[in-house]
Design a protein around this ligand. Sequence first.
Ligand code: SF4
Ligand code: SF4
Length: 194
Amino acid sequence: MLKFLKQVSDYTKETFQAAKYIGQGLSVTFDHMRRRPVTVLYPYEKLIPSERYRGRIHFEFDKCISCEVCVRVCPINLPVVDWEFNKETKKKKLKHYSIDFGVCIFCANCVEYCPTNCLSATEEYELAAYDRHDLNYDNVAMGRLPYKVTNDPMVTPLRELAYLPKGINDPHNLPEGSVRAGKRPEELLEKMEK
Ligand code: SF4
Ligand code: SF4
């Protein structure tokens, strides 16, 4: 008899607990029902990446001195710098440069430490490919400049969260002349230098 009563008590406890969890889950759902949708209709609409976005890396072949600093600072030693020694000029001559963006973690360490600034992080994030080997970009592919979202006539550019006015998180139908809540990086730099 006692065993039966314990079973009933456990069952009741579990039922109440399950009802509590279902209630918690539904409270989140109902909370979202009161909010306006902020869905971006990609690829017809695209968000403008923030100024410090670390996207696909751009490479300038002529500036590279084959020092391999980018390889040493990369957490996974990813950049491949193929060079030969020119006996006449007694300098390294770059032959090929490549980064496999299928492996890269976009930390931009290589960009930070390159002594000649021949690497830069672009705002390109659309790198999907059918074959992962296509993501291994050589110096020609890395030398291509990305097409800006704001220059694409087929796309409606929308302000990313960092560019929205205070208290607004929907980038659609913003009032004319509305200004962003935060400061631009150059404004922050100016303030720090003062
Ligand atoms: S750090 Fe810069 S200059 Fe040096 S090998 Fe890498 S890309 Fe070239
Ligand atoms: S972004 Fe980071 S992971 Fe990618 S190549 Fe540069 S240092 Fe390596």
